[in-house]
Design a binder for this molecule. Structure first.
Ligand SMILES: O=C(O)CCC(=O)C(=O)O
Ligand SMILES: [Fe+2]
Length: 303
């Protein structure tokens, strides 16, 4: 290992790992403290852990999904069926193994998979819905965003646009998360509302000198792991293999109020609308089934 690599590794802290967790510990030790954590062993009974190409092929409906091509922050998309995409991924991974040049497929990134394909829901049972606020527990699947991609997939450094908490479920393959606390946002050279110009994987401290002060935490996720990220935490995500994952973005009354307050901090107006809806649900008691039809467009919202 050369000196430069050692230097880089020294600055990475490792995240806390819990083996299963109860609701009370989760809230007191992590959510209330805005502390990320990896939780293991809570999804080991899921049939989804065995999903493969053949399974997707057998369940093909002909419905098309959006695949992001190029940098995911730019949101350019192509449409194809799920089984066509899975076959593309498989072919790419085969070529990689053989050492052949191949064009990296696009990234199935941030789609409301279980809303579009409820026939897959039985495969993520039992779901640890206790970890979510009561308001979400009946229709938690409506709030899921889904990711499927190749080795080398990349989501550049950003924070989640509504400042929601994020429970991220790794279903197949491995991912690396590089995490930066919300308070370090000012040193990440943000453009627009939420994407960072600083790249913590290849730090250029000459171009981005303030980034030297950032504390970086790394989380390596395996199939079956859950990662909790508090609202506003910055993250850069690397696919270390072909991979399937999904997240639930969710608020507590406190984070929803903070989300509404981003009106004065330069957030897109639409964000304030979505955050106000969730605030109305969590704080004012408006039922989820009344809010969801108004919130639904968020699932295809790119910011
Ligand atoms: O897995 C990825 O590539 C991105 C995940 C992400 O940004 C999220 O869950 O908010
Ligand atoms: Fe994100």
């Amino acid at each position: 290992m050369n000196l430069l690599t050692q230097e880089k590794l020294k600055s990475f802290e490792h995240i806390t790992i819990e083996n299963k967790i109860d609701r009370k510990t989760f809230y007191t030790e992590y959510v209330k403290k805005n502390k990320p954590v990896v939780i293991r062993g809570m999804t080991s009974d899921w049939k989804a852990l065995e999903w493969d190409t053949e399974y997707f092929r057998s369940k093909e409906t002909g419905k098309k999904v959006s695949i992001k091509v190029g940098n995911v922050s730019e949101g350019k998309r192509e449409q194809m069926t799920l089984s066509t995409y899975v076959e593309l991924l498989e072919e790419y991974e085969q070529n990689l193994k053989l050492g052949l040049e191949a064009e990296k497929p696009g990234y199935l990134h941030d789609i409301p998979f279980f809303y579009m394909f409820p026939e897959y829901l039985a495969d993520i049972n039992p779901f640890p819905r206790d970890l979510l606020p009561k308001w979400y527990r009946n229709k938690w699947q409506n709030y899921i965003q889904f990711f499927m991609g190749s080795t080398g997939s990349l989501t550049p450094l950003h924070f989640d646009t509504l400042l929601t908490n994020n429970l991220f479920f790794q279903v197949a393959g491995r991912k690396k998360f590089i995490l930066i606390e919300a308070k370090d946002k000012k040193n990440c050279y943000i453009r627009g509302w939420r994407w960072a110009n600083f790249d913590p994987q290849n730090p250029d401290y000459e171009k981005f000198p303030e980034a030297k002060h950032i504390k970086i935490t790394e989380a390596l996720l395996e199939a079956g792991d859950i990662l909790y990220m508090p609202g506003g935490m910055l993250h850069q995500v690397h696919g270390l293999s072909q991979s399937i994952s999904f997240n639930i973005d969710w608020h507590t009354p406190k984070s929803a109020a903070k989300g509404v307050g981003t009106l004065w901090k330069g957030a897109p107006l639409k964000n304030v609308y979505y955050n106000a809806l969730i605030y109305a649900g969590l704080r004012l008691g408006v039922p989820e089934k009344v809010i969801f039809p108004l919130y639904k467009s968020y699932l295809n919202y790119v910011s």
